[in-house]
Design a protein. Structure first.
Length: 367
């Protein structure tokens, strides 16, 4: 849950509520759904009365009183609350109110302001699942995805084992993290947080030392399904990311097929943005696709080894760095394709299309 006291919470959203109150006073009439200022007049076990100023007297009872019990528990006569009008005039002439609905509306307005202002704040982690961490902000449930954790908290486990990842995430329960809101949808009751957007991971002075295009040496400090973490040899406190697409010119399905933890590698800095450094291994390697047109021609026969299957077809290794695709439509279905081809087995193919600029070779099976 967010670490702010009640007074701070109320004052942060005061400006938006003041606008609502002024609007209602200016129009001099009330509508269902309006949020107004309600001053507690009398508190009884089954009913509470509120002074609504020019709008008369409001009441809360029944299920609305039960739902607002936590808000009214320590309330004193004269305390002011935001209240939502749910009925203009009941049979006794009172305006029926809801404190909970108004409080929720205020909370979402405050969350919207936090996002729009790009503010960072602290939250206490209340739970974890395989996808990330759970918390609450002003009573609203929020989610911090694994991909949005800072490098220091990202669960680095061998083979991206989901059970081990969950074990590591659970260790963060009860801890306080600094985050910011990156996505918000009140209708879907969705709040998505980011720790890495809030904290970054680069010291400003160390950051100034590097430029895009620099070739640097470092150690692979962690492996995730989306790439590898790179710790700079000349600054062990500085860490960057080599995205999976920057590990090799060939298709990489698992980063550990290319690098291992504690490998010493050289990489090229390709981006410095928002407090993060992105690097590339393949930028230091010759691009094998530059010579593809000389080596492979449409209509040519080629021997290839089936590397893997995906929903589109089979990935075929034509040589160490060049792969082609034989589309599933060649077989009619994925099931038929897997009956015809086997992973790690070699076959004769016909090259149907060569497009080096798209890094794509389309194959057909020679029958």
């Amino acid at each position: 849950m967010i670490k702010q006291n009640h007074q701070e919470n109320f004052s942060r959203g005061a400006s938006s509520l003041d606008q609502l109150f002024k609007l209602n006073s200016a129009t001099n009439y009330l509508r269902e759904g309006d949020v107004i200022e309600a001053k507690l007049l009398k508190k009884q076990p089954a009913i509470c009365f509120f002074d609504l100023g020019a709008f008369g007297t409001g009441i809360i009872y029944g299920i609305e009183l039960i739902n607002a019990k936590h808000l009214l528990k320590d309330a004193k006569i004269g305390d002011v609350f935001p209240a939502k009008v749910i009925e203009l005039e009941n049979e006794d002439g009172y305006v029926e109110l809801s404190l909970v609905n108004a409080s929720q509306q205020k909370d979402w307005q405050e969350l919207k302001q936090l996002k729009e202002n790009g503010e960072t704040f602290e939250v206490e982690i209340t739970g974890a699942n395989s996808g990330g961490l759970m918390t609450e902000i002003k009573g609203v449930k929020a989610f911090l995805p694994v991909s949005q954790l800072s490098p220091s908290h990202y669960p680095r486990v061998e083979n991206a084992d989901k059970n081990k990842i969950l074990e590591e995430l659970k260790k963060l329960t009860g801890q306080t993290l600094t985050v910011k809101i990156i996505d918000l949808n009140q209708k879907a009751n969705k709040v998505i947080l980011s720790e890495k957007e809030a904290t970054g991971n680069i010291d400003n002075e160390a950051f100034k030392k590097y430029s895009v295009g620099d070739v640097v040496e470092g150690i692979i400090s962690g492996i995730a399904d989306f790439g590898a973490f790179f710790k700079f040899s000349d600054n062990p406190n500085l860490e960057g990311l080599i995205h999976i697409s920057e590990l090799s010119h060939r298709l990489v399905e698992n980063p550990k097929d290319i690098v291992k933890i504690n490998d010493v590698v050289k990489a090229k800095i390709i981006e410095i943005k928002d407090g993060r450094i992105s690097l590339s291994l393949k930028a230091l390697q010759p691009n094998p696709w530059d010579e593809v047109k000389e080596k492979y021609k449409e209509g040519q026969e080629a021997t290839g080894t089936v590397h893997s299957f995906n929903p589109f077809g089979a990935i075929v290794d034509l040589d160490l760095n060049i792969q082609g695709l034989i589309h599933v439509s060649e077989f009619g279905s994925i099931e038929e394709m897997k009956k015809t081809l086997e992973v790690d087995k070699s076959y004769q193919f016909i090259i149907s299309s060569v497009k080096p600029e798209e890094k794509r070779i389309i194959l057909k099976l020679k029958r």
